[in-house]
Design a protein around this ligand. Structure first.
Ligand code: 13P
Ligand code: ZN
Length: 266
């Protein structure tokens, strides 16, 4: 029984914890957002090769993910609500295993829940990050109101400019999101075009803004991914509240930002 595995259960509980935060933050309207986590290292060799659900094998992927052969992921289900993922992750998501040829996947547990429509994006990202030797097990996508709002303003659709703006609102942002943010111009959700454009940004960033859609973070663990987005959202709120009060926030100076980079070895 997969639920007897304490390491796996701890990881699934962390996913549920973060799904709850996404809902509480107001970042997860209806089925907004999705999560995938590579759980392979949490499984025993027997669990990694567990039999698939009946008639749920060889589900084709649009593009092969050769670096992920045999790897097992938890993925939230398409159309599923984060507020319910928080309560019952296995009723609102599933475990999938990438086939030995990297071109398809099997559904493993516990129910036959169709994975997120962003699965092609998530898997191509996991594939790219693994092939690049990065220790990233998690892809987290969510819809934070304030950060999406910024992407509706053309002058902010510039990675350097928006990174500088958000970094300069509060010192922690420079420290917690040291690689800044990448920006992907609008693409239809769930498409390979969106996946490929995102991968380009991941070579330099751990957080990517999807224009007029949402935010995506990659990291070693899901709490870290949530914290990066939460800190960026805090910066955006400081910016918007200053503007709403009728003044332009001064922002930290370049010298102050450089000092942080020096002291925290960023
Ligand atoms: P899914 O319900 O298919 O995961 O889609 C939600 C979403 O945010 C699409 O970008
Ligand atoms: Zn989305």
């Amino acid at each position: 029984m997969i639920r007897d595995n304490k390491q796996l259960t701890a990881e699934i509980n962390r996913i549920a914890e973060v799904a709850g935060y996404l809902w509480e933050k107001g970042w997860a309207e209806r089925n907004g957002g999705n999560i995938s986590v590579n759980l392979t290292s949490r499984l025993t060799p027997e669990e990694r090769t567990m039999p698939p659900l009946p008639h749920q094998t060889g589900i084709s992927l649009q593009e092969p993910v050769n670096a992920l052969q045999g790897e097992v992921f938890y993925v939230t289900g398409t159309g599923k609500r984060m507020r319910y993922v928080a309560k019952d992750p296995f009723d609102n998501g599933s475990l999938i295993r990438i086939a030995a040829d990297g071109a398809s996947y099997d559904m493993l547990a516990e129910k036959n829940i169709a994975p997120s429509s962003e699965l092609p994006s998530h898997l191509l990202m996991h594939n790219y990050l693994k092939a690049s030797g990065r220790q990233t097990n998690v892809v987290l996508h969510t819809h934070p109101t304030d950060l999406i709002g910024l992407t509706h303003c053309k002058p902010y659709l510039d990675s350097e400019k928006l990174t500088h703006l958000l970094w300069s609102m509060i010192p922690e942002c420079r420290i917690i999101v040291p690689k800044g943010i990448g920006i992907v111009p609008y693409e239809i959700p769930g498409t390979l075009a969106l996946a490929h454009a995102t991968i380009k940004q991941l070579s330099r960033h751990d957080v990517v803004f999807w224009e007029k859609h949402g935010i995506l973070a990659v990291g070693e663990n899901i709490i870290e991914c949530f914290d990066m987005i939460d800190t960026l959202s805090k910066s955006a709120q400081i910016f918007f509240s200053a503007r709403a009060a009728g003044y332009e926030p001064e922002g930290m100076t370049n010298r102050q930002l450089e000092d942080l980079a020096e002291v925290f070895r960023l």
